[in-house]
Design a protein around this ligand. Structure first.
Ligand code: TMP
Length: 174
């Protein structure tokens, strides 16, 4: 399991300072830091996949594209954002853990980081909707852990099986 942003690297610590409102960065520049934070895990991900390991990623390029696109920065269109990460492996399955922005806002600790604002989260949600494709499944994340686990297992098991049986590894945004 890997999680993005990986805050343990030097790029990740710059991202962490930005998210904690301890630094200010241009939207385009911080986007590139999030991209670089994924690219620095590229060879490790490819090595693990080649050895038959199933990777579970907590956020990926989908969050990168959606969060930056949600800022409505005109000079950073989605196609440009996607083009920066086409050297990374595609996900076989994207599980969007969906909860309404209002329900998320009621969770403990919400509001501490930069993007944790209701209005912005609603824009992120619309951007995610624009990214949905045939690999994308929505999981109702408002239920119990058991109910969520059941949905995730039902969606993931056939995909993991297909990968074991030799389904080819694609490239992101192909
Ligand atoms: P986290 O809460 O899952 O640690 O994610 C940190 C925040 O960073 C969250 O608000 C989503 C945002 N984010 C981006 O803006 N771009 C990205 O590429 C990623 C992975 C996360």
């Amino acid at each position: 399991m890997l999680r993005f942003p990986d805050r343990s690297t030097s790029i990740g610590s710059a991202i962490n300072a930005y998210l904690a409102n301890q630094s200010q960065l241009d939207d385009g520049a911080v986007h590139l830091l999030f991209v670089a934070n994924r690219l620095e895990k590229r060879s490790e991900m490819l090595r693990l996949l080649a050895s038959g390991t199933t990777l579970v990623l907590d956020r990926y390029s989908y969050s990168g594209v959606a969060y930056t696109a949600a800022k409505g920065v005109g000079h950073l269109p989605m196609d440009y954002l996607k083009s920066l990460e086409t050297v990374l492996p595609a996900a076989d399955l994207v599980l969007h853990m969906h909860m309404s922005a209002e329900a998320t806002a009621r969770r403990g600790g919400y509001g501490e980081e930069r993007y944790e604002k209701l209005e912005f989260q609603q824009k992120v949600m619309s951007a995610f909707e624009a990214l949905r494709d045939e690999r994308w499944a929505v999981v109702d994340a408002s239920g119990t852990i058991e109910a969520i686990a059941e949905q995730v297992a039902a969606l993931a098991e056939p995909v993991v099986r297909a990968a074991r049986e030799g389904a080819p590894l694609g490239r992101l945004w192909d």
